[in-house]
Design a protein around this ligand. Structure first.
Ligand SMILES: C[S@@+](CC[C@H](N)C(=O)[O-])C[C@H]1O[C@@H](n2cnc3c(N)ncnc32)[C@H](O)[C@@H]1O
Length: 272
């Protein structure tokens, strides 16, 4: 039986959407990603892990009237919110796990974007092959990843992360900081098989207050990844205790890495 993703459920979709509306980090990341995706000339955009539609909204603002966007997300509830919030006839949202993106989406795209989601997506040969098959020659694949999920990046943990880790560990030995998800050299190699070349790798630093990180952890999916053995209530109790132990007004920096891969042109793909 397929494992249920921690992103499913209405509570998750509701709390995520409230967070996105109230706190600036996702809007800031989405603006940056959309600005770097050359969307003004795009014809068809694929939005991977489209969530409640914040990425689509940022992209649609830059897209031409005749351009189209397809968002795909594995959580029916996140897609439900996206459909109700992004009322734009250029956009279509599909419920599908990225593992099946090749079957769920039929068109080919000249842009693929993934805001705050790429490291959550499968890292399988099938998925990378699907990205190749869904991309037109010269297509741009661009996504951002928290630096702590990128091998080789040195990231100092914040006081709240340390406090939360200790409290989750105290409740359940299954707590594990997930191992780094993304190995850039491996990714280059695996996407390279399907005609993608790394064109851009940039560092981006979000500056905010610790209280934003605390609120982020109110989204059930965020702590579910850290401590899958605990109930949502136990995880939230740990968040509350950790929040009480730190200064919410403290300034924090959250480093991200932005990647851009360009697919080979038609001539080069023909001769491969
Ligand atoms: C942090 S949210 C980002 C949503 C959106 N891009 C934004 O910026 O607001 C991550 C999203 O990735 C989706 N996701 C995670 N793993 C997935 C998978 N294997 N297939 C499809 N979607 C997935 C989750 O359901 C969630 O909506």
């Amino acid at each position: 039986m397929e494992k249920r993703s921690c992103w499913q459920g209405w509570l998750n979709a509701e709390v995520y959407q409230e967070f996105v509306e109230h706190w600036p980090i996702y809007a800031w990341l989405n603006r940056d990603l959309a600005a770097g995706a050359d969307l003004e000339t795009a014809r068809r955009v694929l939005d991977l892990g489209s969530g409640t539609g914040a990425t689509a909204a940022a992209c649609l603002r830059r897209m031409r009237p005749e351009a189209r966007l397809v968002g795909i997300d594995g959580s029916a509830e996140m897609v439900g919110v996206a459909r109700s919030r992004v009322r734009d006839e250029r956009a279509l949202f599909v419920v599908a796990d990225a593992r099946a993106v090749g079957e769920a989406v039929r068109n080919r795209f000249d842009r693929i974007v993934a805001n705050a989601s790429f490291w959550l997506l499968p890292r399988t040969a099938k998925f990378y092959a699907a990205l190749g098959a869904l991309s037109e020659p010269d297509a741009l694949l661009t996504f951002n990843v928290p630096a702590e999920e990128v091998a080789g990046e040195v990231v100092r943990p914040h006081a709240f992360q340390v406090a939360l880790g200790r409290r989750l560990r105290g409740r359940h030995m299954s707590f594990a900081r997930p191992t780094v998800a993304l190995h850039p050299e491996r990714l280059e190699e695996r996407l390279g098989v399907h005609g993608f070349r790394l064109e851009k790798r940039e560092s981006l630093v979000y500056k905010g207050r610790q209280r934003e990180l605390i609120e982020l952890m109110a989204i059930p999916a965020m702590t579910a990844r850290l401590a899958p053995g605990l109930s949502a209530e136990e995880r939230q109790a740990a968040v509350a205790e950790a929040a009480a132990a730190v200064d919410p007004g403290e300034e924090v920096e959250v480093p991200w890495v932005v990647f851009g891969f360009r697919r080979s042109g038609a001539g080069e793909l023909r001769t491969r």
